[in-house]
Design a protein around this ligand. Structure first.
Ligand code: AKG
Ligand code: FE2
Length: 304
């Protein structure tokens, strides 16, 4: 089996400066600007890091997460979004999905999220989870780019293998076979979506995990065993999580994080304030997000 990798890389001050300067000259966000921005980033990135960014999300690649600090500095939200879209789409190959019932792009404490937890636009904590487990389409990858963060609230990353290795073989068997109901929450407006599937699912020669530990005040557990007899295993999974040390992605302007959404979990502490904002640019913390399937062209034959 491939060894799993969690990568953290700091670009040099010179690389940060070069990307920032070149991107500042690009004005609008359009398809050709995205391509151009991606080639600016490629030029500054070490070859090995580029290969890992291209590999994450390909079954069997073993790359679980990548954190890059210093992708840019001191640029405005529009330019941060340009860099985010360029690296997410054109380097990592995320086919970002926009659902009509979810405002997923900008994550910041919103006025309607004051005193709300378990929601990207709330001020409270978010428990460990993978995104979109209730959707029909699986999100292979999730990327986040920090435009600015005055709250110093990191995104936390947990290797699911570290949780599962704490459970006995019987529990693992249950996680492979028992049906679990995954439900949408506060992030989805106007509809309640759900999907039933086991926690551990085979894919190609690999296994992917469906874990969502969020418990929302008005929605309840986002993940519930269909048969009540199977629920204690999910409780033991939660206990294992409390004994697992996460990787901390300390977000500052220009931090980029990409994770294999169904190999690792992500969470966040409370952002430590009560107030929300009406506009992303004014908010104390602003991240851009992409999530969706990995675009892979294995051979030219797939074009025809
Ligand atoms: O705000 C964060 O750090 C993470 C939010 C989150 O759960 C997500 O983007 O899916
Ligand atoms: Fe999330």
């Amino acid at each position: 089996m491939t060894k799993t990798q969690n990568i953290c890389f700091n670009l040099s001050e010179e690389q940060t400066r070069n990307i920032t300067r070149s991107v500042a000259e690009i004005e609008a966000i359009g398809l050709s600007q995205l391509q151009k921005t991606a080639s600016i980033i490629r030029k500054e990135m070490p070859e090995k890091l580029l290969r890992s960014l291209e590999a994450i999300g390909i079954p069997g690649s073993g790359v679980n997460s990548i954190i890059i600090h210093g992708l840019f500095d001191a640029i405005n939200p529009d330019q941060a979004l340009l860099v985010h879209e360029a690296i997410s789409r054109h380097i990592c190959g995320i086919n970002d999905i926009k659902y009509r019932y979810e405002d997923h792009k900008a994550i910041y404490p919103r006025s309607d999220g004051a005193s709300t937890s378990e929601w990207g636009n709330g001020v409270g904590h978010i428990s460990a989870h993978s995104d979109d487990l209730y959707e029909n389409v699986d999100s292979d990858l999730l990327s986040l780019t920090v435009a600015h963060d005055r709250t110093a609230c990191p995104t936390l990353i947990y290797n699911t293998d570290d949780l599962l290795s704490q459970l006995p073989e019987d529990d693992i068997h249950t996680l492979r076979t028992a049906q679990v109901r995954y439900r949408s929450g506060r992030n989805v407006t106007g509809v309640r979506l759900e999907r039933i599937r086991p926690v551990i699912e085979p894919k190609d020669d690999d296994e992917l995990y469906n874990i969502d530990m969020r418990v929302e005040p008005n929605y309840g557990d986002r993940m519930v065993a269909v048969e009540i007899a199977d629920q204690p295993v999910l409780d033991r999974l939660r206990d294992a999580l409390s004994r697992t040390t996460p990787i901390s992605a300390e977000g500052r302007t220009g931090t980029f994080v990409i994770i294999n959404n169904r190999k690792v979990l992500h969470s966040r502490g409370s952002i430590g304030q009560q107030k929300g904002y009406d506009h992303p640019a004014e908010a104390s913390r602003l991240l851009f997000r992409s999530k969706g399937q990995k675009v892979q062209l294995q051979s030219v034959n797939q074009l025809f």
